[in-house]
Design a protein around this ligand. Structure first.
Ligand code: AMP
Length: 224
């Protein structure tokens, strides 16, 4: 049985990058609420139009909309053998709703990984972040540049032109850090009390080094 994992961390902590690696290594789906929301905004769907003001302002999308998206995603077949939730839950009500959803399915979370990075480093990191709009791969021009050496995605089957996410602008980043401290930090306590939380200090570490630490944790959880 694959693991059911939640990955938490402030903006720019490396959640997306690590979640993608974990999903590939463990062959489980990577469920990113941010990516699902960005997809809806690109398609200009009804949901996309409803969430755009929140996303553009670096505010959280309301819990009911967010939980509905996650509930629908978890009902898909590929989630039967574990998954990694990236960027969800982000508020205590979302964490409680997730527990209820899992309980109804007779499931439970196996582990919650927190990537811990000081605020000062976050703004630095995000200004150098680039994403491939075609496949979603994340790069960092300072710490994890594309192997192509230019501004194109380096996945063999992809030649997407890398872009900066609109919400990675400095002002929006500062707002997202504030939101993280206010609303997401209490979730850490929620999971700590349940014995599920494992923190990884990823300050100034390359993604490979963080992944080694994360894999150690996941192996220990799998073996338990
Ligand atoms: P991310 O890609 O995880 O950094 O998320 C980007 C943006 O999507 C956030 O700043 C929020 O506006 C929105 N978002 C993503 N996940 C959630 C969530 N669990 N709850 C509320 N808003 C979210």
């Amino acid at each position: 049985m694959g693991l059911r994992i939640v990955i938490l961390g402030g903006p720019g902590a490396g959640k997306g990058t690590q979640a993608m690696r974990i999903a590939e290594a463990r062959e489980i789906p990577h469920i990113s609420t941010g990516a699902i929301f960005r997809g809806h905004m690109e398609q200009n769907s009804e949901l996309g139009r409803a969430i755009r003001p929140y996303m553009d302002a670096g505010q959280l999308v309301p819990d009911d909309l967010t939980c509905r998206v996650v509930e629908q995603r978890l009902q898909q077949d590929d989630c039967r053998n574990g998954y990694i939730l990236d960027g969800f839950p982000r508020t205590l009500p979302q964490a409680r709703t997730l527990d209820e959803l899992l309980e109804r399915r007779g499931d439970r979370l196996d582990v919650v990984i927190e990537l811990d990075v000081p605020d000062d480093e976050i703004v630095d990191r995000l200004s150098a972040r680039r994403t491939c709009p075609a496949c979603g791969k994340i790069f960092n021009l300072k710490f994890d540049p594309p192997a192509t050496g230019n501004s194109k995605c380096d996945r063999p089957d992809c030649t997407g032109e890398l872009v900066t996410r609109p919400d990675d602008r400095e002002e929006t980043v500062r707002q997202r850090i504030k939101v993280y401290h206010e609303t997401t930090q209490p979730i850490l306590e929620y999971y700590r009390e349940r014995g599920l939380l494992r923190s990884v200090n990823s300050d100034a570490l390359a993604p490979e080094a963080v992944f080694v630490k994360v894999e150690e944790i996941l192996c220990a959880v799998s073996a338990a």
